[in-house]
Design a protein around this ligand. Structure first.
Ligand code: ATP
Ligand code: MG
Length: 397
């Protein structure tokens, strides 16, 4: 049966104890090799056949498997296939019979790290095991690096997509603004004429149609204003800002919305006095309004919004925490996309435009800041924005 011996835990010269699984059906040979590898500072576990080997791997971490090719039951090669399938990063060194070099070559072709012919020279085996372990370590690091790069690429593609969508949608908004103004003005004139005359046929119906036109124009204007709000000022307008006062002023601006829903907006914890920074108050206020409005929309009647302000390295960070519906992982990927909204069409005027966070993202990028979102669906969301306290290129003299 499977014997487990974990005796020597001394570290090798790379600072890590190598865990070896030695699989061989000859008990005395296996024991002898195990003892000698342990003297070379390795943790050696033993398995007498392929089945025991796979059983052991299912419950234990191993770095390198030394696998006899010729065993009763499932062969070394079959065992190797099982290892490759379920433990792809694990390195295997085959032990072959003296006259079976071709089998070893087959093993290496199938993906084993290497093979040694019996009888093995123990220092040779120990050095092969160290090489296999080093290879495994490098492979794992490469894999981590690949995952990191893939994530980074995905984020960059997302940011680039947002940037091009931004350019396109602001261009369209600009173009649409003029016809909208003309429609609005003409509708106003038509309303005036309708109100002044009682001889116009179907007057009631015309009033209804006009109302629809005016509401639709208002909605379209909300969209263009949201988009153009941050474009109008091409350059940042940086001035010294008392950020606590700015946040408190903004809280007053959204008071009507919070009062209707009996939502409390409070500091938690209270900021420590004034906090001066150098930024664009107009744009920061727009960011705050958009975040606070979203938080109010997300909570139930009587919900809570908590604000925290703190310094972190060279930045000032504001946390806007709500106890609302939260954001699903699926939606999390899309919330900064223009026109992504989950807010239902309550009426032509009250549905979301899906531009609030898109604009927040644009402004934060322009101000060299960052934005982070955390959310547990059903338990609320926390948006954290961080802005540089000072812009080194534009500090006041
Ligand atoms: N605090 C929050 N809690 C839960 N979901 C949120 C929160 N903030 C944003 N969201 C989600 O992100 C979506 C996009 O937000 P965004 O502000 O861009 O648009 P909107 O709020 O839907 O529309 P508008 O800003 O024009 O009212 C929202 O529809 C909502 O699903
Ligand atoms: Mg919004």
């Amino acid at each position: 049966m499977l014997k487990l011996m974990e005796i020597n835990t001394l570290e090798n010269d790379t600072g890590k104890v190598i865990r070896v699984l030695l699989v061989d059906d000859e008990d005395s040979y296996r024991n002898a090799i195990a003892r000698r590898l342990e003297r070379r500072h390795m943790i050696v576990s033993q398995a007498p056949d392929g089945t025991a080997c796979l059983e052991y791997l299912a419950g234990n971490e191993v770095d390198v498997v030394v696998l006899d090719m010729k065993m009763p039951g499932i062969s070394g090669m079959e065992t190797f296939k099982g290892i490759s399938k379920y433990y792809p990063g694990l390195q295997v060194i085959f032990l072959t019979g003296n006259a079976a070099v071709s089998e070893g070559v087959e093993g290496v072709k199938a993906g084993a790290f290497d093979y040694l012919s019996k009888p093995v020279e123990i220092d040779h085996l120990a050095s092969k095991i160290r090489q296999a372990w080093e290879f495994k370590r490098l492979e794992a690091a490469r894999e981590r690096d690949k995952i990191f790069r893939r994530r980074l690429e995905k984020r960059m593609i997302h940011t680039q997509r947002l940037a091009s969508l931004g350019t396109m949608s602001t261009g369209i908004a600009h173009e649409i603004n003029n016809p909208l103004a003309i429609i609005k003005e003409s509708a106003g004139f038509m309303r005036m004429v309708l109100e002044q005359s009682d001889k116009i046929p179907e007057q009631e119906m015309l009033f209804k149609c006009l109302e629809k036109i005016e509401k639709s124009v208002d909605r379209a204007r909300r969209i263009t204003h949201q988009l153009l709000g941050y474009v109008r000022k091409q350059s940042r307008d940086l001035t010294p800002v008392d950020i606590v006062a700015l946040i408190e002023d903004t809280m007053v601006l959204i008071k009507q919305k919070t009062q209707v829903k009996k939502v409390s907006v409070q500091w938690d914890p209270e900021p420590e006095g004034q906090m001066q920074m150098y930024t664009d108050p107009f744009q920061v206020r727009q960011v705050l309004i958009n975040l606070l409005e979203n938080a109010v929309d997300a909570v139930d009647v009587g919900g809570q919004i908590r604000l925290a302000l703190y310094r972190q390295e060279q930045s000032v960070c504001l946390e806007v925490r709500d106890n609302g519906s939260g954001i699903t992982p699926e939606n999390m990927e899309k919330i900064f996309d223009p026109f992504f909204t989950t807010k239902p069409n309550v009426s032509e005027n009250e549905s979301g435009t899906g531009l609030g966070l898109f604009v927040v993202h644009k402004i934060m990028t322009g101000l060299s800041g960052s934005i982070r979102v955390e959310s547990e669906p059903g338990h609320g969301a926390t948006f954290t924005i961080c802005l540089p306290e000072w812009h080194s290129d534009e500090q006041p003299g």
